[in-house]
Ligand binder design. Structure first.
Ligand code: MLT
Length: 271
């Protein structure tokens, strides 16, 4: 792991893996809500020949809390960390909240992207019901009930058959959630409540955009995600059958190969 220090001295944890050559455009992976970079561990055996960086979002894993709340603030910190690592352009892949961050990054720093992959993510803002649920979550966390919050969060994100067959994988993700700080989780909830719509960001994207979706994702209705996937000029749309919100765990090899193929397409196409 490499820890970079931002201009205000906050730390961002960056994990390199795979095969890096000087000047290569890497695949940068951003985890989702209540996770850290280790959520991608299952993919690494299948990405041994790909230059990969996994970054912990501010307030998660080994990264310090964000200075301000919001997806744009996460995106600015990720851009600053990539600058320090000497990475000018990348293919940026984000899982769910990591995808919300990638969309904010795409709006602010489009020239830094050779491609963007949204892994179980979408460009829509929160519905009123979702905002209400997140506010209840903040109250729980402020009341010191982090373990309960996390225990209720993850099991429903897997496709039911997978969760039944692999309780140890569900438990491992719950443990990962428990390692995150309540402050970091609260900042993420506030940031997701405040996030903007990114249909225009997709429509205006000058780089290819990949959508990896699960047809049993309880968070992201497939039809809405597919509607958004028609917006970019160049889109790679993949639907994992029988998969919920966590393709990197439920179908690790397929997800890794989809990401690797997309990365290769993006870096080999003429700029
Ligand atoms: C995530 O996995 O990052 C969350 O499900 C995103 C969300 O709550 O909208």
């Amino acid at each position: 792991m490499k820890t970079v220090r931002l201009a205000d001295d906050r730390r961002i944890a960056c994990h390199p893996s795979g095969h890096h050559t000087p000047g290569a455009v890497p695949l940068v992976l951003l985890h989702g809500f209540c996770e850290d970079s280790s959520v991608w561990d299952t993919l690494l055996p299948f990405l041994a020949d790909t230059p990969v960086w996994r970054l912990d979002l501010p307030g998660f894993g080994g990264s310090d809390l964000p200075a301000t709340v919001g997806m744009a603030a996460y995106a600015a910190d990720i851009r600053a960390a990539l600058d320090i690592l000497g990475i000018e352009r990348c293919v940026l892949a984000g899982h769910s909240m990591g995808g919300y961050t990638a969309l904010a990054f795409a709006k602010i720093f489009p020239g830094a992207l050779a491609g963007m992959s949204l892994v179980h993510s979408h460009p829509y803002p929160d519905t009123p019901e979702r905002i209400e649920g997140r506010r209840r979550g903040i109250e729980m966390l402020q009341a010191g009930k982090k373990d309960l919050f996390v225990a209720q969060l993850f099991p429903a994100l897997f496709a039911p058959r997978f969760a039944q067959a692999h309780p140890e994988q569900v438990e491992s993700l719950v443990q990962q959630g428990r390692r995150q700080s309540a402050e970091g989780i609260i900042a993420a909830l506030q940031g997701m409540i405040a996030r903007e719509e990114h249909l225009g960001t997709l429509r205006n994207s000058a780089f290819p955009v990949q959508f990896i979706l699960g047809d049993q994702d309880a968070i992201i209705p497939l039809e809405e995600a597919l509607a958004a996937a028609t917006l970019p000029t160049s889109a790679d749309i993949r639907v994992l059958p029988g998969v919920g919100h966590l393709g990197m765990i439920e179908q690790a090899q397929q997800t890794a190969w989809m990401l690797r193929d997309f990365w290769q397409f993006c870096v080999e196409r003429p700029a």
